[in-house]
Ligand binder design. Sequence first.
Ligand SMILES: [Zn+2]
Length: 138
Amino acid sequence: MHEWALAESVIKSSIAAAEKENLKKITEINIRLGELQQIANDIFKFALNELVETYSDKFQDVKINIETEETELQCKQCNHTWQFKDMKNKLSADEAEAIHFIPEVAFVHTRCPKCGSPDFLIVKGRGVSVSSIKGIKE
Ligand SMILES: [Zn+2]
């Protein structure tokens, strides 16, 4: 049900954005999907397509693009920012895999590469958002 809730929020925010821009029909939705977001892509895509059918008066041959947002971390101590992919190189394959599927594990294995602090924030790479939409005005 998680995927359905996310898909619904994507569709609803797209419709809201289209109304704001006076677009009659949405023709393209660009979605940013966080690398650490745990989601079943096939269910998510299926849910999006089903919801497009549900609100078919708002869409016209809509193209849905999903791009992956790379994870970015920020140290709370020294404000250094780094990317998850830099960190992945330093981990064993097993750890990298575990982190990919269980984001919380990232907190256990990760230290700031600059000052060594284990206290950091995940600033990018979580969640799902609509980065842009295209549509037609009538
Ligand atoms: Zn640091």
